[in-house]
Design a protein around this ligand. Sequence first.
Ligand SMILES: Nc1ncnc2c1ncn2[C@@H]1O[C@H](COP(=O)(O)OP(=O)(O)OP(=O)(O)O)[C@@H](O)[C@H]1O
Length: 302
Amino acid sequence: MSIKVSALTKIYGEQKAVDAISFELKKGEITGFLGPNGAGKSTTMKMITGYLPPTSGNATVCGFDIVKESLEVRKRVGYLPESNPLYYDMYVKEFLEFMAGVHHLGKAAPKRIAEVIEMTGLTPESRKKLGALSNGYKQRVGLAHALIHDPEVLILDEPTTGLDPNQLAEIRQLIKSLGKDKTVVLSTHIMQEVEALCDRVMIINKGKIIADDKLSVLQQAGGNTGYLQVSFGEPVTTEELMQIGGVSRTEALEGNYWRLHTAEVEAVRKNLLQFALINNRNILSLQSNSQSLETIFRDLTK
Ligand SMILES: Nc1ncnc2c1ncn2[C@@H]1O[C@H](COP(=O)(O)OP(=O)(O)OP(=O)(O)O)[C@@H](O)[C@H]1O
């Protein structure tokens, strides 16, 4: 196991921010860490990375204790904190050189710095000072910093905050590929992000873990309700669309765009493709929008 957490607890003054949580995470898995504001996500992440001592309980990262062996833990963990603290007077490369020094990369540093600049798409902005970067690029520098020592475990606290849609797609792609051979934990408030990236989902509320399962299992539990948004190359009618198995209601949008509501998003997707084939209709675009994770999140945390 890459991360083993056992009855981990953090009390701030009178407040129990994290309340005896336990879980285990293995390599090659991307876990989404969800929860309402103030649920305890950042506090948990700071404890796992060795930056904040727990009040009680314990955790190991790659077999090292987060309190007794926090230096060993930090060698193996890349951490992107929620409010990414950067040295604004430093240039991008200078900052990464500094961080490479902190991690004792030595002669390997120049090559690794070039690699992370390329990986995180920082090349066009790499000659600027950090303070002069847009929020999205500051976030990329934070990610480059987290990756500089090629850690086995990546802890990312809201990694896509401040990114525009193009940047978002690129960074998600990067996280997805990193997740193949690392252990990745990411906290986010964006359900689409979880659906696009995560194999597993943990939901925390008021310091306690209230759901922990594979994304597919949680989606099934949520009923798989939602809709498909589809555009056809030619006009179709409600009557025709209602014949597609699983469609509960249709909604005509502009042009030949339709929204097909259903409790079985995946089944309707298959049936819709068959409908198009049999009836000689061209599907120009198709987007599914399963609301199940959002629904289950709201149900569990309200
Ligand atoms: N340094 C601190 N001192 C006192 N209380 C704190 C401290 N840090 C966090 N808290 C409290 O602990 C609780 C959990 O906070 P935490 O930042 O872990 O939540 P979160 O799930 O990351 O929230 P968000 O989604 O808003 O970032 C909150 O009630 C918060 O006010």
